[in-house]
Ligand binder design. Structure first.
Ligand SMILES: CCCCCCCCCCCC(=O)SCCNC(=O)CCNC(=O)[C@H](O)C(C)(C)COP(=O)(O)OP(=O)(O)OC[C@H]1O[C@@H](n2cnc3c(N)ncnc32)[C@H](O)[C@@H]1OP(=O)(O)O
Length: 220
């Protein structure tokens, strides 16, 4: 639970798309790989030859233990393995920040996170494409919170100030309007009081989704 300080009154928020740790340990493995991800991206080393051998052995062992699960076999949007592999929120995706969202009773979705050097664009700043990707996901989550989902057809990001690395960031998004299968959302990204970027997005609920064919393997 968290509070919504900007509203002037305390409003409860619920964790959105809670992802319990996977029984296999894959979620914890992803956490450790994220530690490595940041260090390899940004630190200096003298000699990593022993660690490379360890990493190669680890990769071989995981490859041997893995039962492949092609995305096309997912049952629908929102099943645990679909969410777990997502590059923004996926708890088992080492490439995901990951972004943990909460939802407020008014449908606002919020995520607080800090991005490290592996997300760098300009020196010391978050890559603009990463900001766009996180916004896309946040708007998608706002649609899910409103129980009316779709695929992105238009995403317009305005970058107002550099988004700093290693600094607490706050993403917020909400669905603003619905007209049949067309959905419009908006969102913001702040570092403290600074508005770093804002977004407006249009989504369309595919015709096949309304026809009840949720099995189509769409990677959101
Ligand atoms: C649960 C947990 C979840 C977990 C949370 C998951 C969050 C995922 C968030 C990430 C989302 C993504 O990345 S989605 C991936 C990126 N996006 C895509 O790949 C989408 C590619 N586009 C498509 O596949 C298609 O365009 C569709 C399926 C979206 C729509 O095709 P369709 O169903 O045939 O619909 P269509 O008739 O063409 O269009 C419907 C209406 O929308 C309008 N329209 C269509 N495109 C546009 C456009 N760019 N700009 C303006 N208007 C447009 C049309 O004019 C029409 O208006 P009118 O004539 O009715 O007035």
């Amino acid at each position: 639970m968290t509070e919504q300080p900007d509203s002037g009154e305390a409003v409860s928020a619920q964790t959105f798309l809670d992802q319990p740790d996977h029984a296999s340990g894959a979620t914890e493995l992803a956490r450790q790989l994220r530690r490595i991800r940041g260090l390899v991206s940004g630190a200096d080393f003298e000699d990593l030859s022993a660690e490379i051998e360890l990493a190669r052995e680890l990769a071989d062992r995981i490859e041997n233990a893995a039962t492949p699960h092609p995305p096309a076999q997912y049952d629908s949007w929102g099943v645990p393995e679909h969410i777990a592999s997502n590059p923004v929120i996926g708890s088992r995706n080492p490439a995901a920040p990951p972004l943990d969202a909460v939802v407020f009773p008014d449908g606002t979705v919020r995520a607080d996170l800090t991005l490290g050097v592996e997300f760098q664009g300009p020196p010391g700043c978050v890559h603009g494409g990463v900001v766009a990707m996180l916004f896309d996901e946040m708007l998608g989550l706002a649609n899910a919170a409103a129980e009316h989902i779709g695929m992105t057809v238009d995403l317009q990001v305005t970058y107002s100030a550099p988004t700093p690395l290693d600094t607490p960031l706050r993403f917020e998004a909400r669905q603003e309007r619905v007209d049949g299968r067309k959905l419009w959302c908006a969102g913001t990204l702040h570092a403290g009081d600074t508005l770093c970027a804002s977004v407006r997005g249009m989504f369309v609920t595919p015709r096949w989704m309304l026809d009840g064919d949720q099995s189509k393997p769409i990677e959101g």
